[in-house]
Design a protein around this ligand. Structure first.
Ligand code: NAI
Ligand code: MG
Length: 361
């Protein structure tokens, strides 16, 4: 087929939730004739155990070749004392860095059946469906100079918020392209009132908009007000475009509008490859959850919804992605719950594997 997918289950519950994605992939093949050229490899602690490194060069090379990488989770207590250079998360960081995945997509979507899980009132979040695009490869987490040094008789900690116009422009283009596939609306968030990088951010976003994306509705908001608005009236947004630091905070905030960590997918996209598809890695937001590993308690939905994002953004299978998301919504509406989705009223949770089976059914 011309759809290649590299699966990296990783550690802890990673392999458990990935097994459920495999069921979904098999269903698309047998019931729909939509097949994928799937390969599987090790990452994180699993790769360290086998090869002494959290990601081998061969796996890295494979990741560069395929249309999409789907990753479970990495890390766990067994690896906490390893040298920093071989820690499991270094495998993940190497993938993001060498694939140059500069656009991190975090949807905040509230399924009606779970609206009471939100920290907010049901009417504020029910039916919510927004997407935060966080610039992932630049900004204050990477800018130079940085470090801790001594000035006079005290220590000073320094980080530098730095963005080139090229870095802003490519993130902005990703956001506008995304908006065209959704509801044609982008809100860009920075702090142009107090930051030079914010002024440049706003200018460049306006320039790209005027030159290339006049059909998309664009607004700007200071990021602190954005945080308020996300909690006050999140449905006013569709795509939110923001930098690395504000995106880190705003996407975690938006995530909690919708409930459990076990429900949250993500995508990280880079530049288009020769076949026109973007470099891409998809992964659930959650980690390896060592506290529930091996007990059949993990919620596979975050990983399954990450695969739905791969269908939509890497393989141009938007209808199939929607169909998968509707299946998840339907199963939840029927009352199926893994343990992390049990409310105070209780009930009997189903297992990881039962949840996967229900979604396929
Ligand atoms: P975590 O996300 O693994 O777990 C936090 C809590 O949420 C735990 O109580 C866990 O049981 C629960 N949880 C997470 N995913 C769940 C799911 N799918 N279904 C049901 N419950 C779920 O974060 P934590 O505990 O901070 O980190 C554990 C390990 O994972 C560490 O080694 C950490 O470094 C690693 N980690 C890896 C990430 C990745 O691979 N992208 C991201 C975050 C943490
Ligand atoms: Mg964060």
């Amino acid at each position: 087929t011309d759809r290649s997918l590299l699966i990296l289950p990783g550690d802890g519950i990673g392999p458990e939730v990935m097994a459920e994605v495999r069921k979904v992939i098999d269903w698309f093949g047998s019931a729909q004739g939509i097949t994928f050229d799937v390969s599987e490899d090790l990452v994180g602690g699993a790769a360290y155990d086998a090869h002494g490194v959290p990601l081998t060069d061969a796996t890295m090379a494979k990741a560069q070749e395929v249309d999409a990488v789907l990753l479970g989770a990495v890390g766990g207590p067994a690896y906490d004392d390893l040298d920093f250079s071989v820690k499991p998360e270094r495998g993940l960081l190497r993938l993001r860095k060498e694939m140059d995945l500069y656009a991190n997509l975090r949807p905040a979507q509230c399924f009606d059946a779970l609206a009471d899980f939100s920290s907010l009132k049901r009417e504020v979040v029910s039916g919510l469906d927004i997407m935060i695009l966080r610039e992932l490869t630049s900004g204050v987490y990477f800018g130079e100079p940085r470090g801790i040094h001594t000035e006079g008789n005290e220590r000073v900690g320094i980080n530098t918020q730095r963005y080139t116009e090229g870095e802003i422009a490519r993130a902005a283009r990703s956001a506008f392209e995304l908006a065209r596939r959704r509801n044609n609306k982008v809100c860009s968030m920075e702090k142009a009132n107090v930051m030079e990088s914010g002024i440049l951010w706003r200018d460049v976003v306006n320039e790209i908009h005027a030159a290339e994306y006049g059909d998309v509705e664009l607004s700007h908001m200071y990021a602190d007000n954005g945080a308020m608005q996300l909690v006050r009236a999140p449905k006013q947004f569709d795509v939110i475009l923001t930098d690395n630091l504000f995106g880190d905070i705003l996407s975690d905030c938006a995530a909690m509008l919708t409930g459990s960590l076990g429900m949250l997918p993500s995508a990280s996209l880079g530049a288009p490859m020769a076949n026109g598809r973007p470099k891409a890695m998809y992964e659930p937001v959650h980690g390896s959850a060592p506290d529930i590993t091996g007990q059949g308690k993990a919620n596979p939905i975050a990983c399954i919804l990450s695969f739905a994002m791969a269908l939509r953004y890497s393989f141009d299978l938007g209808d199939e992605a929607t169909r998968l998301e509707r299946a998840v919504e339907g199963v939840l509406a029927d009352g199926a719950r893994t343990a992390d989705l049990m409310g105070p009223e209780g009930g009997t949770p189903i297992s990881t594997s039962e949840m996967g089976d229900a979604i396929v059914a």
